[in-house]
Write a protein that binds this ligand. Sequence first.
Ligand SMILES: Nc1nc2c(ncn2[C@@H]2O[C@H](COP(=O)(O)OP(=O)(O)OP(=O)(O)O)[C@@H](O)[C@H]2O)c(=O)[nH]1
Ligand SMILES: [Zn+2]
Length: 343
Amino acid sequence: MVERVRVVRADRGAVLVLPATSAGDGSGPDEGGAAAERVPLDRDGTLPLLDARSHDVPSVGDWLVLADGHARIEPRRTALVRDSAGRTAQTQTLAANVDVVLVAEHLDPDPDLGRVERLLTLAWRSGATPVVVLTKADLVPDPDGMTADVAAVALGVDVHAVSVVRDEGLDPVRALLTPGATLVVVGPSGAGKSTLVNALAGREVMATGGRRADGRGRHTTTHRELVPLSGGAVLIDTPGLRGIGLVADADALATTFADVDALVRSCRFSDCTHEREPGCAVLEALALGDLSERRYDSWRRLEREAAYQERRADARLAAAERARWKRITQDHRRGRGPGAPRP
Ligand SMILES: Nc1nc2c(ncn2[C@@H]2O[C@H](COP(=O)(O)OP(=O)(O)OP(=O)(O)O)[C@@H](O)[C@H]2O)c(=O)[nH]1
Ligand SMILES: [Zn+2]
């Protein structure tokens, strides 16, 4: 028998899965109360039933196919990936098979434009469509002006200001919850992600933080969790992302910084470093005030980070390749490898 299930939560020791019909595949009416099933994981975090050669670790949003005592992770359509801090650790998949990444940022305290740019790059890289949601609009006198400021750095991205306490501005976000759609909410701790998820779900599904004087939350959410909604969409709430590592991707950077990318293309030298060259269109735009110092710095920082991450990924790849050859050579000596001498 073949069963298709979706990962609701992936803890260290187990994954919680839901059958397809209640996990937002849009294929059936939502029964709302379908119980999640717990599948324990092996010590290395892999599914015990999984094809032994596969070392994929299931992530929230993954589709698993369970058939004849085997579990297989379906290829991910999209994946929100972060660079894990450790030197040896690989990248970490935050959410799989996501259609829309809601980048949540608070209006009070002031939104951090650099963080929005960073999360947008992460979102573009995932393959999903980013949408910015500016929360706590009720706490500021001019939410529209602030929204315009954020929209100016979120090129080609819809930006919505919302107030959950006043139930204002949520309709365009609700419109994204189409049957079968998967949305993930990312943003800093205290941005109001869980509050937003509860408002969109129409019920208290995630615990939210108490108010603090500085407007920040207290890291209330501690795990990622997929929440099936009654309309057939699913929402994934994530804990506040702190110092989120960018995963290198020049395309995603060029999309987030489409304005800078257009300038780069018209620099006189194709290998322009945009630091001192004559005919550098980026420096010219800076001098004319067409490009702000802030955005220029933000772009440079993310570029450097992406380049560093890419080099590190290459080093990991090279190490993995060396390890593979070492194994093959050892197997060969033990007479197990292909082409090994007959005993
Ligand atoms: N005034 C106002 N407060 C809000 C709004 N949305 C959220 N808050 C408050 O902001 C605080 C943080 O909200 P949470 O939803 O817990 O934030 P979070 O982003 O999930 O935080 P973590 O779980 O730590 O990542 C809570 O006290 C909320 O009540 C809003 O629209 N207006
Ligand atoms: Zn240049």
